[in-house]
Design a protein. Sequence first.
Length: 85
Amino acid sequence: MEYYVYVLKSENSETYYKGLTNQVERRIKEHFLGKSPSTKHLLPLKLIHVEICASREEARNVEKYFKSGFGREIIKEISAGVAKW
């Protein structure tokens, strides 16, 4: 089963949210509609990155990486459109 790691950015601040799911369209829609307590206060949101992973374990590792110091720098580069993946 595929899992997805996604990154959302608040359009009103420099706040990012990183998450993982196996149903990316449903989960992103929940965030955009304010149905997720963790991002409700960040609305409006913009989807800036989605990464497909082969397993939940791989997705969890990618999510942890994005939450690390270097990973946060990569997310800022992705958001600015300068990252070269």
